[in-house]
Structure formats: C-alpha cells, structure tokens
Design a protein around this ligand. Structure first.
Ligand code: PRP
Length: 184
C-alpha cells in the first residue's frame, strides 16, 4: 500500500480475514439454496462488484455462469435522484434462468430497485440479490437483500471493489475514508 493510500484511510472497518470468512458463508448459503438448480446466472454490477463477484463465484459449487452489466447514474455526486440507466447489458438472455444480482453496496437502494424492476420484467425463473455491504441509514427505497455481507454505518468506505473517484478499489479490506479526502 502506498503512503498516499494509508494517509487517506481513517480506520479499517472490515479486514481481509473477516471479509473472506463472510464471503465463504454467503457462498455456502447460496450452494445450499440453489442445490437443485442446474445453472445459476450471476450478474455483477460494474464496476464495484468485480472483486466480490470473483471471490463469491470461486466458492460456489453450484453450476453457474458469470456476466456483468454497467449502469450510469445521474447526479451521483450530488443528491441521488434515483435516475439510473443501463449502459451495458448482459450477454446472455435471463428469461427462464435463475438470476442472482451481485452488488458491492446498497446505499439509497435506487440502483438495486431499478435492477430488480428491469430484470423482473424479463421473466427469469427466479431473481435474488447478493450484496456485500448495506448502509441502512441511507435507504430511500426498500429493496430485498437475500444474501448480505455486512451492514455498515453511514461513512464513506473504499476497498474490496469500492472507490472514491476510481481510487482505492483494490485495497484488500474495507476502510473508512478520511473526511478531508472527500471534502476538499
Ligand atoms: C455504487 C454501487 C451501487 C450503487 C448503490 O455504484 O456499486 O451500484 O452505487 O447506490 P444506491 O443504493 O444509492 O443506488 P457507483 O455508482 O459508485 O459505481 P461503481 O460501482 O462503478 O463505483
């Protein structure tokens, strides 16, 4: 880790060991729940989910395939309006498949709500969500999370896929960013 990085982190919220243990638990639960399913479709939301997806998927024993989508949200840096747009779609059709959406974080809930509405309309055989982090204090719209890693307080977190201005995504832990980094 560079000095610049360590200077930006206030504290470690979740260390590597805790994350690994929890991801294994989630995968075990998914393996049990989908034991009778012959092909689970994991759909990760870029960019934030790429590390959680990689770790989760590698602990799955149920047959699965991996795909990604990309979204664009308007006014993300000011007050979230909930306006979300799909800018890259799945490569396979989700109709009739068992779909599990994989997200790094649910904040206001607008993104996941949009995704659930979008994918439900495509008539999958089933539709569930796996989310690494949730900030319940920020919720504007209630969304179902079937497999949740951790609930966290309303602080700006980075690492394990999450960024600040596209930095810090590959930190192996979840760290709270110092206020001065995002308020300057
Ligand atoms: C983050 C995260 C979710 C969304 C959650 O994405 O990955 O998709 O915000 O926020 P919400 O619950 O308030 O809708 P972001 O726009 O930061 O993009 P990124 O994953 O590419 O960093």
């Amino acid at each position: 880790m560079t000095k610049q990085t360590s200077d930006a982190i206030e504290r470690v919220l979740l260390d590597e060991e805790k994350i690994t243990a929890r991801v294994r638990e989630l995968a075990a639960q998914i393996n049990t729940d989908y034991a009778d399913v012959d092909a689970l479709a994991l759909i990760g939301v870029l960019k934030g989910s790429f590390i959680f997806m990689a770790d989760l998927a590698r602990h799955l024993t149920v047959p699965h395939r991996v795909d990604f989508i990309a979204l664009s949200s308007y006014n993300r840096n000011t007050v979230s309006t909930g306006a979300v747009r799909l800018i890259m779609d799945t490569r396979f059709s989700v109709a009739g498949r068992h779909v599990l959406i994989v997200e790094d974080i649910v904040d206001t809930g607008y993104t996941l709500d949009y995704l659930l509405r979008t994918f439900r309309a495509r008539q999958p055989a089933s539709l569930r969500t796996s989310v690494f982090l949730s900030k319940p204090a920020r919720r504007q719209v209630e969304v179902p999370i079937d497999y949740l890693g951790f609930e966290i307080p309303d602080v700006w977190v980075v690492g394990y896929g999450l960024d600040y201005a596209d930095r810090f995504r590959t930190l192996p832990y979840i760290g709270a960013l110092k206020r001065e980094v995002y308020e300057k």
